[in-house]
Design a protein around this ligand. Structure first.
Ligand code: NDP
Length: 326
């Protein structure tokens, strides 16, 4: 038995509980780990609260991120005592995840913990930070360099948004942070934002094509916000779109794409090939000074996770939640 969060769905309904879990719950895998740290991402919030059907199998241990110590290995890649990092691959959705003391995983999903980071630092970054890095890499790939103009980051007080602001600022971009919590402007300026704007300027239905304002954008919001961003992108600019905090719809027209050559770059972190993951984590290691993480991450134990998930869904969490497990 080990301690963890278990999501069950049966005649008694959908529920997440902190409890002792039998090892028989863990699915097949060639590597067992003792989990050291995990995190709470938006998707974990959806899974734990049941607000969206992200869990595809029951019972399920949520947690799309983990750092753990290998305790058993049938893989040639990893030996007992290795410290490994996992982000995504359907873990916490279709395969038991990181919000428990033990996990059994496929070695194909694991990478060694980057040397630059401790387990806690890597989880302060987590899927949100790694996705923000993938978004910035998508902008770079499409030629959005700091000299091209202002970059918009939406959901700036959230996990992806906080990291996108920090990374872009560190790389020399002029970052404009959009948020519903303008009272957190001091935090966003500390991360490197040059300007802070109210998200309500972007969230209502707008014009199909509007003033050219942004050279690029990192958007974790979707819906009207993403449509308005596309309408405001400068000629040849790029939007890296990774999220749906406002909604999964995209009520846009083709005008920005066919008249201004705008690129809408979709960013997925979940099924990303290992080489891309390692490249993104290497960039994070090059860019992030570990002391910067203290500004972004709030720490809790498994005991706080269910309340934390509710707070995250209510939009009351700033930055990231790091969960100390082991
Ligand atoms: P967080 O909950 O940490 O942040 C989301 C932020 O979005 C909030 O802090 C808030 O920012 C803003 N927001 C929330 N609700 C609304 C709303 N109704 N309208 C406009 N803005 C809103 O989540 P994450 O940063 O972890 O994830 C953000 C999104 O990115 C999610 O949709 C998630 O599923 C997605 N994602 C996708 C990944 C991928 O692989 N494609 C990987 C990781 C995340 P503020 O208070 O500043 O306004």
């Amino acid at each position: 038995m080990f301690r963890g969060i278990l999501i069950e769905k049966d005649q008694q309904g959908y529920r997440a509980t902190l409890k002792d879990i039998d090892e028989s719950v863990l699915p097949e895998g060639d590597v067992c780990v003792d989990v050291l740290c995990s995190t709470l991402n938006y998707k974990d919030g959806l899974a734990i609260t049941g607000k969206a059907p992200v869990v595809r199998q029951f019972p399920m241990v949520p947690g799309i991120d983990l750092v753990g110590l290998v305790s058993h290995s049938d893989s040639d890649e990893f030996v007992i005592g290795d410290t490994v990092l996992l982000n995504g691959f359907g873990v916490g959705e279709a395969h038991c995840g990181g919000l428990a003391q033990k996990a059994r995983l496929k070695s194909d999903w694991l990478i060694p913990l980057p040397k630059a980071f401790s387990p806690r630092q890597a989880m302060a970054i987590g899927t949100a930070g790694y996705t923000a890095m993938l978004c910035v890499m998508a902008l770079e790939k499409n030629g959005v360099t700091p000299d091209k103009g202002d970059i918009l980051v939406t959901g700036a007080n959230g996990g992806v948004g906080s990291f996108a602001v920090m990374i872009l600022a560190k790389l020399g971009y002029h970052v404009v942070a959009s948020t519903g919590r303008t009272e957190q402007a001091a935090y966003l300026h500390k991360l490197g934002a040059k300007e802070v704007i109210d998200r309500h300027l972007l969230s209502e239905p707008g014009r199909p094509l509007a003033k050219e304002r942004w050279a690029g954008a990192v958007d974790s919001i979707g819906s009207h916000t993403l449509a308005n961003i596309c309408a405001n992108i400068k000629y040849g600019g790029t939007v890296a779109a990774c999220g749906l905090a406002q909604g999964m719809d995209l009520p846009a027209t083709v005008m920005p794409f066919i008249l201004r050559g705008v690129t809408l770059a979709g960013v997925d972190s979940v099924m990303r090939p290992i080489a891309d993951r390692e490249a993104a984590w290497q960039r994070l290691a090059d860019i992030i000074e570990p002391q910067m993480l203290a500004d972004i991450a709030t720490e809790m134990t498994l005991e706080g996770v269910i309340q934390g998930a509710n707070d995250l869904m209510a939009g009351n969490i700033r930055g990231r939640i790091l969960v100390q497990v082991g």
